[in-house]
Design a protein around this ligand. Structure first.
Ligand code: NAG
Ligand code: NAG
Ligand code: NAG
Ligand code: NAG
Length: 429
């Protein structure tokens, strides 16, 4: 038999260390809604010397990537050499030399490896995103502020990939669930965090929302402190295995849509991912401002919604091409959960698990007396049937529990008389 005898002081020390190592923390990543593009933007510090950089949040993004085409100055930039542990850790698919520039530079080095880079705003992918490491400062005090001396990210030099990024934004913050170097997966290498994060987007362009990283609790004020990670409706996170380009994206099973309690007649085949080609199904995206519905689903939803509106609410000609159903808002009451219109339920894997969408998230005021249903109809033949976008996600908490492969929905925080911008920024998590 082997016994270990530790001096008491050492035992105490190791206990103390354990307390520190196991203490779960929450990192707050503030998110601003850009008023002209409606993109959700976060800010981190990067490089040496450290500079602030703005990134558009992309839930289904493989990595944190930055624009290296317009220059990247840092004394601590280190590209990942072919066949290094970094390359295999990041699941690199290729390796090579700089052939697009006459001089080597960050984003274009010799003997370096690549992964795919993507711009969800233009649905464009590139196979040469140089893997590299540099200093990253992420999170805001007084929550956890983490400085990583060697955070892995990708450096892109193709100007085509920078299109449509909001003014001042120089890259993408990827929150993909599979990629080892996505933000949540890489931060979870720090034992203070777990592979759990929650997104709370603000509907306002003047007050910030937040992404909480770590296992929670996630507090907001109303003005009492409430943990909004309680009482969520959970559904399974579905991975779209068809084609590696989609594997980072977050899909869920929407089984039906109910409006004012009634089932909308839909072609159910379209609601599941087609196992042969990966199209259809329901994806959650931070890269589009309004939920997109396949035209056949859209038409059915509009019809059911209009039918459920009170008789004293006349339809009006849509002012904008974007929305197909608009109506007079003169006789619509406003409530704490937005305009009093029929509730829309996205029914998840079973009838009792549904995500209810109230007026604040289902309609937009487009002019003084006109409101429109804030969903977009689009030919989605080769795309997901439903892409849940920003307007529907705002002032809701979505919890992404990656180890358990499930996503939790809070519904509107306005029901609890609070909002995503009232998040706790006074105490340690
Ligand atoms: C990088 O540094 C050079 C020389 O100091 C400067 O001219 C250039 O503007 C810098 N580029 C960026 C993107 O900061
Ligand atoms: C290095 O990696 C490349 C591709 O990633 C592979 O083709 C090559 O065989 C590897 N070389 C060594 C020495 O392992
Ligand atoms: C980088 O690789 C290219 C193409 O293989 C080669 O022509 C060039 O000399 C290399 N540059 C350096 C600095 O090694
Ligand atoms: C439902 O959609 C599928 C996939 O697009 C299509 O093949 C099928 O014909 C549709 N069914 C009906 C009843 O419209």
């Amino acid at each position: 038999m082997v016994t270990f005898k530790l001096p008491l002081s050492m035992l105490l020390l190791s206990l103390l260390l354990n307390i520190f190592l196991c203490s779960a923390e929450v990192l707050f990543l503030p998110v601003t809604k850009d008023s002209s593009t409606l993109q959700y933007i976060t800010e981190v510090g990067q490089r040496t010397p450290l500079i602030p950089i703005k990134l558009t949040v992309h839930l289904g993004g493989r990595s944190l990537w930055v624009d290296c085409d317009k220059g990247y100055n840092s004394s601590t930039y280190k590209p990942a050499q072919c066949n290094s542990t970094q390359c295999s850790f990041a699941k690199s698919h290729a390796c090579g030399d700089c052939i697009f520039r006459s001089q080597l530079q960050p984003g274009c080095n010799n003997n370096t490896c690549y992964i795919w880079g993507e711009n969800p705003l233009i649905n464009t992918y590139i196979d040469r995103a140089e893997i590299a490491e540099d200093v990253l400062a992420i999170g805001s005090t007084p929550g956890a502020l983490v400085t990583w001396p060697r955070f892995m990210f990708t450096c892109l030099i193709d100007p085509d990939l920078m299109r449509n990024l909001a003014n001042g934004v120089t890259g993408i913050a990827g929150f993909g669930h599979e990629s080892p170097i996505s933000i949540p997966n890489q931060l979870a290498l720090d034992h203070r965090f777990t592979r759990k994060f929650a997104m709370c987007l603000s509907s306002s362009t003047t007050s910030r929302g937040v992404i909480f990283i770590g296992s929670g609790p996630y507090y907001v004020y109303n003005p009492k402190k409430v943990d909004i990670s309680k009482d969520l409706v959970y559904t399974k996170l579905i991975t779209n295995n068809r084609g590696f380009l989609l594997s980072e994206e977050y899909y869920i099973q929407v089984s039906s849509i109910r409006i004012a309690g009634k089932d909308v007649p839909l072609n159910k085949t379209l609601l599941s991912i087609n196992k042969k080609n990966g199209v259809a199904g329901t994806r959650i995206s931070t890269a589009i401002p309004f939920t997109i519905l396949h035209t056949s689903i859209y038409d059915a939803v509009i019809t059911a919604f209009i039918k459920a509106l009170p008789k004293n609410v006349p339809l009006v000609e849509p002012h904008t091409k974007q929305f197909g159903a608009c109506f007079s808002s003169k006789n619509i009451r406003s409530t704490n959960i937005g305009p009093d219109v029929p509730a829309i339920d996205f029914v998840l894997h079973k009838p009792s698990a549904y995500w209810r969408i109230y007026g604040a998230n289902s309609v937009v005021q487009v002019s003084k007396d006109v409101m429109c249903l804030a969903f977009v109809g689009q030919d989605q033949t080769w795309e997901p049937t439903i892409v849940i976008g920003g307007h529907q996600l705002e002032e809701n908490l979505l919890l992404f529990d990656l180890p358990r492969e499930k996503i939790g929905f809070s519904s509107s925080l306005k029901l609890q008389r609070t909002s995503c911008s009232e998040y706790d920024n006074t105490i340690l998590g």
